[in-house]
Design a protein around this ligand. Structure first.
Ligand SMILES: [Fe+2]
Length: 192
């Protein structure tokens, strides 16, 4: 199955395959290539070059069949590929929930991080298999692969929360996450 279940959603069992980052039964899959991340990397020229050099897949999101509608509780598995563009580690677009509601992520494989920003403060949660990262209502969130293998996590979120990607383009995420000499390095979002 590659579509959402119609309403009412029946009780169901959903299996996930940690190795493949897949869900069964499976709903829609979203694939984000470098060209989908316009305006998000600090070095625009490097981003353009990466698009020209094959426009790689940066991450994919496999959803279960539970639809994104009010009062339902959808889930998805996101897998971010390892890599960096001009030193900035590959990441998701990041979003704010227009209808401020909480969300959890569960680290499944690889090594990542969860960057949260409420417009003033930033928070960072190191994500390894078994870590649950909690995003309170009103905190925009972005995931970053800080390792050298694919990073996968399970997301569980209120179906009526929505996804506002424009919020991040307008407000940033507080910090950027770079590959440093001895690990992850954070820089202010507005720094060149
Ligand atoms: Fe979210």
């Amino acid at each position: 199955m590659t579509t959402y279940s119609s309403l009412p959603v029946p009780p169901m069992s959903i299996r996930f395959d940690p190795a493949g980052g897949t869900l069964q039964p499976e709903g829609p899959t979203l694939t984000r290539r470098m060209s989908d991340l316009e305006g998000l990397f600090r070095d625009h020229a490097a981003w353009e070059q990466a698009v020209a050099d094959g426009d790689p897949v940066v991450y994919s999101v496999v959803s279960s069949r539970v639809p994104e509608v009010e009062r339902e509780l959808p889930q998805s598995i996101t897998t971010i590929q390892p890599g960096s563009t001009a030193g900035e580690l590959w990441m998701t677009k990041g979003h704010q929930h227009p209808n401020h509601q909480g969300e959890i992520y569960l680290g499944i494989s690889g090594h990542g991080g969860l960057l949260m920003f409420n417009g003033t403060e930033t928070e960072w949660v190191d994500m390894t298999p078994g870590t649950i990262g909690y995003m309170p209502p009103g905190w925009a969130h972005r995931s970053i692969n800080v390792g050298d293998e694919p990073y996968s996590f399970l997301a569980v979120y209120p179906g009526g929360a929505g996804h506002d990607y424009g919020w991040v383009l307008e407000h940033g995420m507080g910090r950027r996450v770079l590959a440093g000499e001895t690990g992850v390095e954070f820089v202010d979002y507005s720094a060149d």
